[in-house]
Ligand binder design. Structure first.
Ligand SMILES: Cc1cc2nc3c(=O)[nH]c(=O)nc-3n(C[C@H](O)[C@H](O)[C@H](O)COP(=O)(O)OP(=O)(O)OC[C@H]3O[C@@H](n4cnc5c(N)ncnc54)[C@H](O)[C@@H]3O)c2cc1C
Length: 418
């Protein structure tokens, strides 16, 4: 049933106004999952604002960078995942006015909502690293944080026959900054180290993080320290990448425990984990935290996912102001909580489901080995698969990463079934 009305009598798309019960900003992992679950609950009066023709399964990019999957395997047409009855507004949201309950898009379309779900994810801020954006994809410098560049990572790993392979993790302690899947910058370091080992190449692998530890959850940190020891990976903490010189092939780091001091490391290949922030439309909206660690992210209650000032607004996924490692796995647990609470609020009731901060990071540690790190807001391990020791590198978990999780994503999660 078509439930939208174009109001006003302005001709042409540029000034159309759509009214809808629920508007969703972003049709990535979170937006499509929510749209699908709403459709299953019989809520079809939904508008989804998403500019991209393509939908990406980003977790596969780690395996693309390691040469065991192709970039093409990570992408499908977005249209295939828009639930029937949902109106797809294929444009960027550029302005959110929660007082007027209105979202405006780049081409001037206005979306008038009763309820809003905000999920436009995060953006990489390459300008924080001098020289990076000019050289990405060239001179041995790459990142798995982009569909186009993940295949270049694999090329550069193969081309590195000796010298130094450098992998970096950005400063996520700076207010407003994060990185989705905080494990991804080290996963590719492990895969590269394993590749160099198998090929018998004398390549020194360095993992430099702006943080103080290799991994925030002690139980998994211990396992990963052993992995680094096995490969001889040098781990540098409190090292924030601030500049790349592509000609000299040097990376400059600010030393976080020695203010004002820097260190330069020469590399043969460099994989950069980018500093990321919430999407601009959120940062510049009244929905964002105005200060503190989560500045710029959607200011939602961390348990109910309801906005703290606008009860008809909810947020989830990477753009939400949640003190959690931002992953698709976290979205899978957030979505049913959000749906339940949104439906309750629609009925004039109080939200009564709580998200406990569950997230999971499938840490590939070798070709054929993976540690499934699952934990919550308290950094307490929360294993979801019974009868297995998740704090061990496992072949069955590798199969889960390579085959099981992509299948579940495309066929269950995006269809509102998981
Ligand atoms: C290299 C890499 C490895 C990863 N590994 C894992 C892993 O192993 N396991 C795991 O669970 N997660 C992993 N992730 C993280 C996971 O992909 C994200 O956490 C997840 O996609 C978040 O979902 P989201 O919907 O919030 O954001 P996204 O899926 O990024 O979707 C955001 C959507 O919003 C759209 N958008 C942006 N701006 C606007 C706007 N102004 N208006 C409207 N729409 C907009 C975008 O086009 C996009 O479609 C990985 C990510 C990367 C990059």
């Amino acid at each position: 049933m078509q439930t939208y009305t174009a109001v006003g009598n302005a001709p042409g798309k540029a000034r159309e106004t759509y009214r809808c019960r629920v508007a969703i900003i972003g049709g990535g992992t979170a937006g499509i999952t929510v749209a699908a679950q709403l459709a299953r609950r019989g809520i079809h009066d939904v508008a989804l604002i998403e500019p991209s023709q393509k939908h990406y399964y980003q977790p596969l990019w780690t395996l693309v960078g390691a040469g065991v999957a192709t970039a093409e395997q990570s992408v499908r047409d977005e249209a295939r995942f828009i639930p029937r009855g949902v109106r797809w507004i294929q444009d960027y949201a550029v302005e959110i006015d929660p007082e007027q309950q209105l979202v405006c898009t780049r081409d001037g379309t206005r979306v008038q909502y009763d309820f809003l779900v905000v999920a436009p994810g995060v953006e990489s801020h390459w300008e924080k690293i001098e020289g990076a954006s000019e050289t990405l994809g060239r001179n041995g410098v790459s990142t798995n944080y982009s569909y186009d560049l993940a295949p270049r990572t694999w090329e550069f790993i193969q081309q590195t026959r000796e010298g130094v392979a450098l992998f970096t993790m950005p400063n996520t302690a700076e207010p407003g900054y994060t990185i989705k899947c905080g494990g991804a910058p080290q996963k590719i370091a492990y895969m590269a180290a394993d590749y160099f080992r198998m090929q018998g190449r004398p390549v020194k692998v360095i993992y430099a993080t702006a943080g103080g530890v290799l991994f925030g959850v002690p139980e998994f940190c211990r396992v990963l320290e052993q992995v680094c020891e096995r490969y001889g990976i040098e781990v540098l903490t409190k090292h924030e990448l601030i500049a790349v010189d592509p000609v000299r092939k040097q990376a400059t780091f600010a030393l976080k425990d020695k203010p004002g001091e820097t260190k330069t490391i020469a590399f043969d290949m460099l994989h950069i984990g980018p500093p990321q922030r919430a999407a601009q439309v959120v940062r510049e909206s009244p929905l964002a935290h105005r200060e503190g660690a989560m500045v710029g992210f959607v200011n939602v209650d961390i348990h109910t996912l309801q906005h703290v000032e606008y009860p008809n607004v909810f947020g989830l996924g990477d753009a939400a102001g949640l003190p959690v490692s931002r992953t698709g796995a976290a979205v899978r647990k957030q979505a049913p909580v959000l749906i339940n609470n949104l439906l309750k609020v629609m009925q004039g009731k109080e939200p009564d489901k709580r998200y406990n901060g569950y997230t999971s990071c499938p840490l590939v540690t070798a070709y054929g080995r993976m540690v499934l790190a699952e934990f919550d807001y308290n950094n307490t391990p929360t294993p979801s698969i019974p009868f297995i020791d998740a704090q061990r590198e496992r072949f069955d978990m590798w199969l889960l990463k390579k085959y099981g999780l992509p299948f579940m994503y495309w066929n269950l999660m995006l269809r509102g079934r998981a």
